[in-house]
Design a protein around this ligand. Structure first.
Ligand code: SF4
Length: 58
């Protein structure tokens, strides 16, 4: 499963974007959105997020 961002926890900080080597995350209307087809399921965004807003269901 690709990474998922929980909308209610997003704050637009961009830490997940900086962490993503696959360029799978972009900002849409000030909020991070993951492009599922580009996600490599590496977990870097999960580790980078200080709000625990990103999850991957293994
Ligand atoms: S799991 Fe990895 S590839 Fe997927 S969005 Fe997060 S950082 Fe990017």
């Amino acid at each position: 499963m690709p990474a998922i961002i929980m909308a209610e926890r997003r704050d637009g900080c961009g830490l997940c974007i900086d962490a993503c080597r696959g360029n799978a995350i972009r900002i849409v209307r000030s909020k991070a959105v993951i492009e599922e087809m580009l996600c490599m399921e590496c977990g870097a965004c999960v580790r980078a997020c200080q709000n625990n807003a990103v999850v991957i269901e293994w």
